[in-house]
Design a protein around this ligand. Structure first.
Ligand code: HEM
Length: 205
């Protein structure tokens, strides 16, 4: 079965570093969110270390995400077929792939999630800066700091739920995780899940 390159080495290192930092930022952030989740702070060595490290991890994740963004944004522009794919989400869930419009390099759901990731990452870093004590918070009024805390929590929840869907979908479509891990997918995988992309790279054959 012939193999097709889907991700370069730098794409993969970039992606998995963002994923690792996301897990650490999410776990430490959830520990601050509610006392019942405080036990999660032990992952980064306790409450104080988590409080110190969380913002630095968040900034590192954001910077690496920006690189990922510039590598992938042009693959995630929503076209008419993607909007139709999203409207037929019932057929997607019921695995009626034959009824769906042709999918390119990414499907409508992946593209939508990409923009959710982008917006929430931006909101997280901006709001996080506004209430990062002792560095930046003193430059903002208490009302701004309070608003920033709410924006931060809401964006974090949206991103966490989005990533749960992202991981679930990656596990659901067999061969996808392997693609991001090894950089290559089988031509059968590409033809079945991303036929538009397959045609594009195989010159319409
Ligand atoms: C936490 C565990 C994660 C896993 C297991 C995972 C898995 C994957 C897999 C398998 C793909 C390949 C999809 C395909 O080729 O069709 C992918 C793509 C991608 N992932 Fe992740 N991912 C994770 C976290 C993240 C995080 C935290 C972000 C950013 C916030 C992210 C951003 C992306 C992007 C931008 C792509 C390319 C797809 C696109 O441009 O639409 N991933 N991921």
């Amino acid at each position: 079965m012939s193999k097709i390159v889907r991700y370069s080495g730098s794409d993969r290192v970039n992606h998995w570093l963002v994923a690792l930092l996301f897990v650490l930022a999410a776990i430490s952030g959830l520990a601050f969110f509610h006392p019942s989740l405080f036990f999660l702070s032990s992952v980064l060595g306790g409450g104080q270390l988590s409080r110190i490290l969380h913002p630095f991890i968040g900034v590192a994740m954001f910077v690496l995400f920006v690189i990922l963004y510039f590598k992938f944004w042009h693959h995630n522009i929503l076209h008419k077929n993607d909007r139709q794919w999203l409207k037929q989400i019932g057929d997607v869930i019921a695995d009626r792939e034959d009824r769906l419009p042709e999918v390119g390099r990414y499907n409508g759901g992946q593209k939508l999630l990409f923009w959710v990731m982008t917006i929430t990452m931006l909101l997280l870093v901006l709001s996080g800066m506004a209430f990062w004590r002792p560095y930046f918070a003193s430059n903002f009024s208490i009302d701004t700091v309070r608003l920033a805390a709410v924006v931060h929590a809401v964006s974090a929840w949206v991103l966490i739920l989005g990533i749960i869907v992202h991981v679930y979908a990656a596990l659901w479509v067999k061969g996808t995780i392997k693609g991001m891990w090894t950089g290559v997918v089988s031509s059968a995988w590409a033809r079945k899940h991303h036929p538009g992309w397959f045609k594009e790279i195989s010159g319409g054959k």
